[in-house]
Design a protein around this ligand. Sequence first.
Ligand code: FCB
Length: 470
Amino acid sequence: MSMTFPPAFLWGTATAAYQIEGAVREGGRTPSIWDTFSHTPGKVEGGDTGDTAVDHFHRRAEDVALMAGLGVGAYRFSVSWSRVQPTGRGPAVQRGLDFYRGLVDDLLDHGIRPVLTLYHWDLPQELETAGGWPERDTAHRFADYARIVAEALGDRVDMWTTLNEPWCSAFLGYGSGVHAPGRTDPVAALRAAHHLNLGHGLAAQALRSALPAGAQLSVSLNPSVVRASSQSPADLDARRRIDALANRIFADPMLKGTYPRDLFADTGALTDWSFVHGDDLAVIKHPLDWLGLNYYAPSVVSASTDNRPERNDGHGASEHSPWPGADSVSFHQPPGERTEMGWSVDPTGLHNLLLHYTREAPGLPLMITENGAAYVDKPAADGSVHDPDRIRYLHGHLSAVHRAIADGADVRGYFLWSLMDNFEWSYGNGKRFGAVYVDYETLARTPKSSAHWYAALARSGTLPEPSLPQ
Ligand code: FCB
């Protein structure tokens, strides 16, 4: 059966500033928390940093031409805060804004729609030194920065995303410490979660007032598709706890203007949540035009029976948990196929996710702002790169998207993570998610077979068989 997507469906690829740009000391840019973190010994595999990354800052035109060659209709990228407002406060640096203006112009010249993310984890270091996301002031700084970018690019970018995956910023950045800034304080993580929510709401207000009518606002969440390993009350309770900490902690305030009561109860021994002030929830619940969802793999949880919970949650090794108040929950990797990240391949999770948010946020269009897989890709003798596993992963997940649309989900687009191989955070350059292969010696780009496969899909709107083309 051939699977055809709606005619207006947006086919895109995605990247993030720190993962691709490099040029970390150029044009007045100052360090972000990821510069500091990646230069701290032991934090990133192989000692890799984003100093050069894939040098997109200097190869912007080539990269846009690459995308144009793939025939994709949209490109999701993020702006580096410390490139456009170096210390996170005060006036903008024109050279930083010019880079993004040039990028957006190149995209528009090639008929590619820019989809701009304001924050993909790279807080200016000065703001972290002043307390970072656990401090309320950071949310206000974020709104000021949002206004600067909106005033500079609002005449030519009409799709705006505030935050990428605030769960990772809060709980991997301040809880388990496997991401920048590498703090391991459960209360700081919960405070960060709230101030990210508040920053989202304040930035959405600033964007709405600075952008022309018709601009679309969104946020990209990475909800956990969390499954209980049995239907026992204890395992179902473990599922409920993780659902609160991973999903409802962001989606409820943003979509409904409330925090889950069970979240407050579960974390009550750590904090009284008095950092949530009177009007905050009304600010956070700012109307959105679509909801961005990032999906890679589901999680399986159970209640731990021996007080030594297993934490195979796919979020990196740390003796500190990213799950405050859930010390009794064990995470398991389901049996079956895995990607190079060790994440299970399970497209049913994407179908579940799309239908869940269709019910949670009736009338709000959905966009898959990230989905993809890392595999060990190696060039063949003739230089070509064949990645049949990635094509199968994409085919399976896009079939699930097609099924979700048939089942009533209003999905408007799909962004493949990632356009090209890049700096994969604490895993360094070793994990390749790209549709385009990057040789880290020469920085040469080579579209993999998945890029050709995806191009055929973007051009026709019909899912090609996974075996074509090779
Ligand atoms: C997501 C991030 C993205 C990339 C993928 C693999 O959590 O948003 O930057 O690292 O995972």
